[in-house]
Design a protein around this ligand. Structure first.
Ligand code: URA
Length: 270
């Protein structure tokens, strides 16, 4: 009897223990392999940090290689030119102007020649090799032809009389390398100086010889189409003519140039 009671007691105790475990959430009482529930779990490894991918480097040119800002150069040219109250001041402002690369390759600044009181101002393109050497405009072969052409209607750069005098300058005061055509950017940069130059001389008539001054004053090309046609710029009568260098290469075009000179003479008389 005592033994039977012990067995029955164990059975009830085992059943109660099992029921308690079920209450705690036990669902399986056996597993494929023994499970040691006292073993410490493997520490959870933090994921390895992702390699930081460096942003691609934007390579900036060193400051001294940065492209020049053309608008800033034009702005400075205009500010410098508009300050000038005399031709001498304008010459000095040009000499101090550092934005035009042509200056570095030139021997001399070629400012102007002739009589600043002249009624006629001739605007050319840019100095050639002789002009660069002498520092005066139109002194080479083309310049000698120019002198002869205007002498034929009684005008000369050496004349002290404004009625018969000439004043001669160029769009660019520095010689372009290998006498290449001036670029549009160079023309735009120097235009404020040209405009101020013309305002200070205040001629009655402006003669543009060649495409570069045509571009400078009238913002167009086509000298062979437009030569001899009077127009206006800066409030003054303007006559486009072929460049004497072109006439040296194309002597047949001198007939038209002569017609243009007579037209100029008529304008001055009228
Ligand atoms: N051609 C020009 O246009 N200007 C000069 O001074 C010389 C040649």
């Amino acid at each position: 009897m005592g033994i039977e009671n012990d067995i029955a007691g164990d059975w009830h105790a085992a059943l109660a223990a099992l029921a308690w475990q079920v209450d705690l959430g036990l669902s399986d009482i056996s597993a494929e392999s023994p499970l040691n529930r006292y073993e410490l779990p493997e520490p959870i490894k933090a994921p390895a940090p992702k390699p930081v991918i460096a942003a691609p480097k934007v390579t900036q040119p060193p400051p001294e290689l940065e492209a020049p800002n053309p608008d800033a150069a034009i702005f400075e040219a205009r500010a410098a030119a508009n300050h000038c109250e005399t031709l001498e001041a304008l010459r000095e402002a040009l000499a101090a102007f550092e934005h035009c690369e042509l200056k570095r390759g030139a021997r001399n600044l070629v400012f102007a020649d002739g009589n600043p009181k002249a009624r006629v101002l001739i605007l050319g393109e840019a100095p050639g090799v002789e002009e660069d050497r002498e520092g005066r405009p139109f002194v080479g072969r083309a310049g000698q032809l120019l002198d002869r052409m205007f002498a034929a209607i009684g005008l000369a750069r050496t004349s002290p009389d404004p009625e018969t005098a000439l004043y001669i300058t160029n769009t660019l005061p520095w010689r372009p390398p290998q006498n290449r055509d001036p670029s549009l950017a160079e023309i735009a940069m120097m235009r404020p100086f040209v405009e101020r130059h013309i305002a200070l001389v205040n001629p009655d008539v402006i003669v543009l010889v060649g495409n570069t001054p045509l571009q400078t004053m009238l913002n167009t090309k086509g000298i062979l189409r437009l030569r001899g046609i009077w127009t206006e710029a800066l409030g003054k009568p303007v006559l486009p003519m072929t460049h004497p260098a072109y006439l040296l290469r194309n002597p047949a075009a001198k007939r038209e140039a002569w017609a243009d000179l007579l037209s100029l003479q008529a304008k001055l008389r009228g």
